[in-house]
Design a protein around this ligand. Sequence first.
Ligand code: BG6
Length: 489
Amino acid sequence: MTKNYFPDDFLWGGAIAANQAEGAWNEDGKGMSVADVATFKPKVAVENYKAQWHVGLEDIKAAKLTDDTVYYPKRRGIDFYHRYKEDLALFAEMGFNVLRVSIAWTRLFPNGNEDTPNPKGLAYYKALFTEMKRLNIEPLVTLSHYEMPLYLVEAYDGWASRDVIDMFVKYCKVVFEEYKGLVNYWLTFNEIDSVFRHPFTTAGVVEEKYADKKQAEEAIYQALHHQFVAAALAKKHLNLIIPDAKMGCMLTKVVHYPETCNPEDILLAQQENRNNMFASDVQVLGEYPTHVLNYLDDQGFNITMTDQDLSLIKNYTVDYLSLSYYMSIVTSIHADQREKVSGNLTSGVKNPHLATSEWGWQIDPIGLRVGLIDLYDRYHVPLFIVENGMGAKDEVEQDGSINDDYRIDYFQSHLEQMHLAIKDGVDLMGYTSWGCIDIVSASTSQMTKRYGFIYVDADDYGEGSYQRKKKKSFYWYKKVIETNGADLS
Ligand code: BG6
């Protein structure tokens, strides 16, 4: 690298979510969330990525009858709830100046509809953020990362119900008041667009409650609309309570390539890319894109959207756009005759030019650069990569070392492309790698799909010492941060 284009104030760190890390699912007054009913599902068929996420009414009923934490791994996480000081010290040793975490809504409002928050939940996050500040780690806090109170799913149909907006806003106001002075970077909904892929996990929408697929789809659009309104209201209250703080939205960036130069393939890929950016169009530009409104109309969907909703969405757009990036995908008008690949996010046509991870996700560092440029050219707001990484199985050697060169290769190639995107003119605020310490997988609830620089001695069944160990990549990332990205070797 000749010149270093990473800005001096670049935010370097990692990301985790409460429901995949904390454990302590029923301690200190915490209520059940949608994550506490998610079961262990080892790798499922490529064609069936949606099955990884499926939760139905019977599953909820069964989950409520048991305290089991083996079959429900998110209930145990990696015990971050009790070990956060040790983990933060390791992040500080790597040089993190930012850490993305989420607040479990159910630690503060166990059912979501209480009038006052649970003091023990408030105290936990205060202690967490205070310790982060002490270590000069800026908290980047997601308000909702697949952690909706289960009670709101059962009593209100999740986000399909308008009542949930008020309950979410009440929760946001409490946390803004409580953590002002400690938290300056906020995100509303993790991968808000993921409601189309896993409506239950993202928005508490149980598809089987609806008469048919069409009605379920209508409920999904309604739920998403309510989240857009809630996010705008969260931004409005953040402006009032912590005027200097920044609010972002969060998009799953999937880059779609056309399979050939056949104009029909090109058009299909363009449409997929536009669909991918639907939520960020709303949250950054402040308006529903016409193609989505026309789609809703064509389908005969009756989505309740008041003028007041639309003016909130218009007036309270975000300060920055954050994104996850894991893979690109090929679109083809002949998709049904092609070999497929799949991640936790999407499935599509296999790209012959790309390798895949052990879990079938296509590894495409250049796609990250393409995605960043597309987003910046479209929105002209600062971007923040808040998730990127590769799930892999790690081996602990006889001498206790973990030589995860594959992970270093993955990050190195992605950071190189990120650097080039900055050189291309993209305003990038920071980078938080996903699962900087091994955590429970969101889609399959596995432990053995590891993303971390720090190994956690726990297996898929919760057995192990939970001791933390530095992997080879720990030292590599430390050097990257120390040199502000100048040394990626
Ligand atoms: C993202 C989610 O979609 O992908 C994370 O925001 C998740 O919560 C990450 O962990 C990786 O997916 P998985 O299923 O491998 O954990």
